[in-house]
Design a protein around this ligand. Structure first.
Ligand SMILES: [Fe+2]
Length: 188
């Protein structure tokens, strides 16, 4: 038996999130029909004698395979609806989904625009190019592709600070500049 470690063991990253939603069926339609997730399971959760809650589990595409869940939704009918302008005050700022590459990301932007999903923000960050939309619950979903590690790893803080807002409507909302993206060099 090895000695007790004196520091935490860092995780490899985020594995999944579970979010509470007002209407599971409406949420299912958006996350499968607009975002391309596949439902992989369902569950009735009864926690400490509370009411039974419906849960559904979803996977993205992991090199052609499914996983047990990237995201799951639990129906909590009493949750507040989004404000008339679509905003929602919630504990979740946003949920970011990575597309496998720039080409896939551009295709998904074209699909979403053609199917009438409003683009709330489009941003060139220093480490990702990102689109922000809202799901039917009002949660913000970020769709992104990662820029090459060489671009941002030298100075993650500077890459995080880099923020260029882009058009959200029409043809201009589908244009993406990936030539001459800034490279963030280490601080000397
Ligand atoms: Fe983000």
């Amino acid at each position: 038996m090895s000695a007790t470690p004196d520091r935490p063991v860092a995780p490899t990253g985020l594995n999944h999130v579970v979010i509470n939603v007002r209407d599971l069926n409406e949420t299912h339609r958006f996350w499968t029909e607009k975002l391309g997730f596949t439902q992989v399971g369902e569950f009735q959760l009864v926690h400490r004698g509370g009411p039974a809650r419906r849960m559904q589990f979803y996977s993205g595409d992991h090199d052609g395979k499914l996983t047990h869940h990237d995201i799951a939704f639990m129906e909590v009918p009493g949750l507040p609806a989004p404000n008339p302008d679509g905003t929602l005050v919630s504990a979740i700022g946003h949920i970011a989904l990575a597309l496998p590459n720039r080409e896939a990301w551009l295709k998904q932007l074209a699909f979403l625009q053609a199917s009438g999903v409003a683009f709330e923000r489009r941003v060139e960050h220093g480490m990702t190019h990102s689109l922000y939309i809202r799901d039917p619950n009002g949660y913000t979903v970020e769709l992104l592709y990662e820029l090459p590690r060489e671009v941002w790893e030298g100075n993650i803080q500077a890459a995080l600070n880099h923020y260029v807002a882009l058009p959200t409507e029409g043809e201009a909302a589908l244009a993406d500049n990936h030539e001459n993206v800034p490279v963030f060099a280490p601080v000397q």
